[in-house]
Design a protein around this ligand. Structure first.
Ligand SMILES: *Cc1c(COP(=O)(O)O)cnc(C)c1O
Length: 239
Protein backbone atom coordinates (compact mmCIF):
# COMPACT_ATOMS: atom_id res chain seq x y z
CA UNK A 1 0.00 0.00 0.00
CA UNK A 2 2.76 2.40 0.89
CA UNK A 3 4.49 1.75 -2.45
CA UNK A 4 1.40 2.91 -4.32
CA UNK A 5 0.88 5.83 -1.94
CA UNK A 6 4.47 6.86 -2.65
CA UNK A 7 3.68 6.75 -6.36
CA UNK A 8 0.52 8.84 -5.88
CA UNK A 9 2.49 11.46 -4.00
CA UNK A 10 5.27 11.41 -6.57
CA UNK A 11 2.74 12.02 -9.34
CA UNK A 12 0.97 14.75 -7.39
CA UNK A 13 4.27 16.49 -6.71
CA UNK A 14 5.37 16.25 -10.34
CA UNK A 15 2.05 17.69 -11.51
CA UNK A 16 2.26 20.61 -9.07
CA UNK A 17 5.90 21.32 -9.92
CA UNK A 18 4.98 21.34 -13.60
CA UNK A 19 2.17 23.83 -12.91
CA UNK A 20 4.55 26.04 -10.93
CA UNK A 21 7.19 25.93 -13.68
CA UNK A 22 4.61 26.78 -16.35
CA UNK A 23 3.21 29.63 -14.24
CA UNK A 24 6.71 30.98 -13.62
CA UNK A 25 7.54 30.86 -17.31
CA UNK A 26 4.28 32.59 -18.25
CA UNK A 27 5.01 35.31 -15.70
CA UNK A 28 8.66 35.69 -16.75
CA UNK A 29 9.86 34.58 -13.32
CA UNK A 30 12.55 32.15 -12.21
CA UNK A 31 11.09 28.93 -10.73
CA UNK A 32 13.98 29.04 -8.24
CA UNK A 33 12.33 32.07 -6.65
CA UNK A 34 9.27 30.01 -5.75
CA UNK A 35 9.12 27.81 -2.65
CA UNK A 36 6.55 25.03 -2.60
CA UNK A 37 5.20 24.32 0.89
CA UNK A 38 3.31 21.03 0.83
CA UNK A 39 0.35 21.35 3.22
CA UNK A 40 -0.05 17.95 4.89
CA UNK A 41 -2.87 18.77 7.36
CA UNK A 42 -5.27 15.87 7.99
CA UNK A 43 -2.86 13.43 6.29
CA UNK A 44 -0.81 10.99 8.36
CA UNK A 45 2.82 11.41 9.38
CA UNK A 46 3.60 8.46 7.10
CA UNK A 47 2.71 10.68 4.12
CA UNK A 48 5.10 13.36 5.35
CA UNK A 49 7.83 10.73 5.61
CA UNK A 50 7.15 9.60 2.03
CA UNK A 51 7.23 13.22 0.85
CA UNK A 52 10.57 13.71 2.60
CA UNK A 53 11.85 10.65 0.72
CA UNK A 54 10.73 12.36 -2.49
CA UNK A 55 12.80 15.42 -1.68
CA UNK A 56 10.20 17.63 0.01
CA UNK A 57 11.61 19.70 2.90
CA UNK A 58 8.97 22.40 3.44
CA UNK A 59 5.70 21.10 4.91
CA UNK A 60 2.68 23.02 6.21
CA UNK A 61 0.20 22.28 8.98
CA UNK A 62 -2.76 24.20 10.34
CA UNK A 63 -3.56 22.77 13.79
CA UNK A 64 -1.17 22.77 16.71
CA UNK A 65 -2.29 19.47 18.19
CA UNK A 66 -1.87 17.61 14.92
CA UNK A 67 1.31 19.42 13.90
CA UNK A 68 3.10 18.97 17.22
CA UNK A 69 2.36 15.23 17.20
CA UNK A 70 3.67 14.84 13.65
CA UNK A 71 6.76 16.92 14.37
CA UNK A 72 7.53 14.70 17.37
CA UNK A 73 6.98 11.52 15.39
CA UNK A 74 9.20 12.75 12.55
CA UNK A 75 11.93 14.31 14.67
CA UNK A 76 14.47 11.98 13.02
CA UNK A 77 13.95 13.85 9.73
CA UNK A 78 15.73 16.86 11.22
CA UNK A 79 19.44 16.08 11.61
CA UNK A 80 21.24 17.45 14.69
CA UNK A 81 23.04 20.06 12.57
CA UNK A 82 19.66 21.10 11.12
CA UNK A 83 21.04 20.97 7.58
CA UNK A 84 18.66 19.77 4.87
CA UNK A 85 16.08 18.79 7.46
CA UNK A 86 12.32 18.97 7.34
CA UNK A 87 10.97 22.47 8.00
CA UNK A 88 7.53 22.94 9.53
CA UNK A 89 5.37 25.84 8.36
CA UNK A 90 2.34 26.75 10.47
CA UNK A 91 -0.32 28.12 8.10
CA UNK A 92 -3.62 27.89 10.01
CA UNK A 93 -5.60 30.07 12.39
CA UNK A 94 -3.45 30.52 15.43
CA UNK A 95 -4.90 30.67 18.93
CA UNK A 96 -2.99 32.74 21.45
CA UNK A 97 -2.80 29.86 23.91
CA UNK A 98 -1.18 27.66 21.23
CA UNK A 99 1.35 30.20 19.97
CA UNK A 100 4.10 29.25 22.41
CA UNK A 101 3.70 25.57 21.55
CA UNK A 102 3.83 26.27 17.80
CA UNK A 103 7.07 28.19 18.22
CA UNK A 104 8.56 25.04 19.76
CA UNK A 105 8.58 23.09 16.49
CA UNK A 106 7.68 25.48 13.65
CA UNK A 107 10.38 27.09 11.55
CA UNK A 108 7.99 29.47 9.81
CA UNK A 109 4.59 30.90 10.81
CA UNK A 110 2.43 32.23 7.95
CA UNK A 111 -0.63 33.22 9.96
CA UNK A 112 0.50 35.85 12.46
CA UNK A 113 -2.51 38.15 12.23
CA UNK A 114 -2.85 40.02 15.51
CA UNK A 115 -0.64 41.72 18.07
CA UNK A 116 -1.60 39.34 20.91
CA UNK A 117 0.31 36.52 19.17
CA UNK A 118 3.61 38.37 19.10
CA UNK A 119 4.71 37.96 22.72
CA UNK A 120 3.85 34.23 23.08
CA UNK A 121 5.47 33.39 19.73
CA UNK A 122 8.58 35.33 20.68
CA UNK A 123 8.73 33.69 24.07
CA UNK A 124 8.36 30.22 22.54
CA UNK A 125 11.06 30.93 19.97
CA UNK A 126 13.49 32.18 22.60
CA UNK A 127 12.79 29.15 24.79
CA UNK A 128 13.46 26.90 21.78
CA UNK A 129 16.69 28.80 21.21
CA UNK A 130 16.02 29.79 17.64
CA UNK A 131 14.61 32.43 15.36
CA UNK A 132 11.08 32.00 14.03
CA UNK A 133 10.39 33.38 10.55
CA UNK A 134 7.00 35.13 10.48
CA UNK A 135 4.68 36.21 7.70
CA UNK A 136 2.04 38.71 8.71
CA UNK A 137 -1.32 37.47 7.43
CA UNK A 138 -3.40 40.22 5.88
CA UNK A 139 -7.13 40.22 5.22
CA UNK A 140 -8.09 40.86 1.61
CA UNK A 141 -11.76 41.44 2.34
CA UNK A 142 -11.66 42.73 5.92
CA UNK A 143 -13.77 39.71 6.96
CA UNK A 144 -12.51 38.80 10.44
CA UNK A 145 -13.82 35.25 10.04
CA UNK A 146 -11.16 34.40 7.45
CA UNK A 147 -8.22 35.57 9.49
CA UNK A 148 -5.80 38.30 8.62
CA UNK A 149 -5.13 41.77 9.92
CA UNK A 150 -7.11 44.51 8.15
CA UNK A 151 -5.00 46.89 6.07
CA UNK A 152 -5.36 49.59 8.72
CA UNK A 153 -3.62 47.39 11.31
CA UNK A 154 -0.79 46.13 9.13
CA UNK A 155 1.92 48.67 10.00
CA UNK A 156 1.47 48.37 13.77
CA UNK A 157 1.45 44.58 13.65
CA UNK A 158 4.53 44.44 11.42
CA UNK A 159 6.39 46.85 13.71
CA UNK A 160 5.57 44.68 16.74
CA UNK A 161 6.85 41.52 15.02
CA UNK A 162 10.03 43.25 13.87
CA UNK A 163 10.70 44.49 17.41
CA UNK A 164 10.21 41.10 19.10
CA UNK A 165 13.36 39.20 19.96
CA UNK A 166 13.24 35.69 18.52
CA UNK A 167 10.96 36.62 15.62
CA UNK A 168 12.02 37.62 12.12
CA UNK A 169 9.51 39.40 9.92
CA UNK A 170 9.81 37.88 6.43
CA UNK A 171 6.78 39.08 4.48
CA UNK A 172 3.01 39.09 3.93
CA UNK A 173 0.59 36.21 3.54
CA UNK A 174 -3.04 35.99 2.49
CA UNK A 175 -5.77 33.55 1.55
CA UNK A 176 -7.95 34.66 -1.37
CA UNK A 177 -11.50 35.25 -0.14
CA UNK A 178 -13.97 32.50 -1.06
CA UNK A 179 -15.59 33.20 -4.40
CA UNK A 180 -13.33 36.17 -5.12
CA UNK A 181 -11.39 36.57 -8.34
CA UNK A 182 -7.91 35.41 -7.32
CA UNK A 183 -6.19 37.87 -9.65
CA UNK A 184 -7.79 40.88 -8.01
CA UNK A 185 -7.30 39.39 -4.54
CA UNK A 186 -3.58 38.75 -5.11
CA UNK A 187 -3.13 42.13 -6.77
CA UNK A 188 -4.41 43.65 -3.54
CA UNK A 189 -2.03 41.47 -1.55
CA UNK A 190 0.85 42.65 -3.69
CA UNK A 191 0.01 46.26 -2.88
CA UNK A 192 0.00 45.50 0.85
CA UNK A 193 3.22 43.46 0.54
CA UNK A 194 4.90 46.36 -1.27
CA UNK A 195 3.86 48.70 1.54
CA UNK A 196 5.24 46.25 4.11
CA UNK A 197 8.56 46.01 2.28
CA UNK A 198 8.92 49.77 2.10
CA UNK A 199 8.65 49.94 5.87
CA UNK A 200 10.64 46.74 6.54
CA UNK A 201 13.01 46.12 3.61
CA UNK A 202 13.90 42.60 4.77
CA UNK A 203 10.27 41.50 4.63
CA UNK A 204 10.25 40.79 0.92
CA UNK A 205 8.41 37.47 0.68
CA UNK A 206 4.82 36.81 -0.25
CA UNK A 207 2.94 33.67 0.80
CA UNK A 208 -0.05 33.19 -1.49
CA UNK A 209 -1.63 30.56 -3.68
CA UNK A 210 -3.11 27.16 -2.94
CA UNK A 211 -4.12 24.21 -5.12
CA UNK A 212 -6.84 26.15 -6.91
CA UNK A 213 -5.14 29.49 -7.47
CA UNK A 214 -1.39 29.07 -7.49
CA UNK A 215 -1.04 30.39 -11.07
CA UNK A 216 -2.69 33.68 -10.13
CA UNK A 217 -0.42 33.91 -7.07
CA UNK A 218 2.68 33.44 -9.23
CA UNK A 219 1.45 36.20 -11.57
CA UNK A 220 1.22 38.57 -8.60
CA UNK A 221 4.59 38.02 -7.01
CA UNK A 222 4.11 35.09 -4.63
CA UNK A 223 7.34 33.55 -3.36
CA UNK A 224 5.76 30.83 -1.20
CA UNK A 225 2.97 28.58 -2.48
CA UNK A 226 0.98 26.54 0.07
CA UNK A 227 -0.36 23.52 -1.76
CA UNK A 228 -2.17 20.59 -0.18
CA UNK A 229 -4.82 18.67 -2.09
CA UNK A 230 -3.17 18.97 -5.51
CA UNK A 231 -0.25 16.95 -4.09
CA UNK A 232 -1.92 14.68 -1.53
CA UNK A 233 -5.47 14.26 -2.86
CA UNK A 234 -8.72 15.40 -1.33
CA UNK A 235 -8.69 15.72 2.42
CA UNK A 236 -10.76 13.15 4.32
CA UNK A 237 -12.24 15.94 6.41
CA UNK A 238 -11.89 19.73 6.34
CA UNK A 239 -8.63 21.02 7.75
C1 LIG B 1 -5.26 23.96 3.76
C2 LIG B 1 -4.55 25.21 3.45
C3 LIG B 1 -3.81 25.34 2.26
C4 LIG B 1 -3.76 24.27 1.18
O1 LIG B 1 -5.01 24.19 0.55
P1 LIG B 1 -5.24 23.28 -0.75
O2 LIG B 1 -6.45 23.85 -1.36
O3 LIG B 1 -5.42 21.89 -0.25
O4 LIG B 1 -4.05 23.40 -1.61
C5 LIG B 1 -3.13 26.53 2.05
N1 LIG B 1 -3.16 27.54 2.96
C6 LIG B 1 -3.85 27.44 4.10
C7 LIG B 1 -3.85 28.59 5.04
C8 LIG B 1 -4.56 26.28 4.38
O5 LIG B 1 -5.27 26.21 5.53
Amino acid sequence: MSASRRQQLEEGLAAVRARIDAAAQAAGREPAGLTLVVVTKTFPASDVRLLHGLGVREVGESRDQEASAKAAELADLIPPDGLDGLRWHFVGRLQSNKARSVAGYAHVVHSLDRPSLVAPLGRGAREAGRELACFVQVSLDDDPGRGGVPGTGLDALADAVAAEEGLRLVGAMAVAPQGADPDSAFARLRGLADRLRERHPGADRVSAGMSGDLEAAVRHGATHLRVGSAVLGNRPHPG
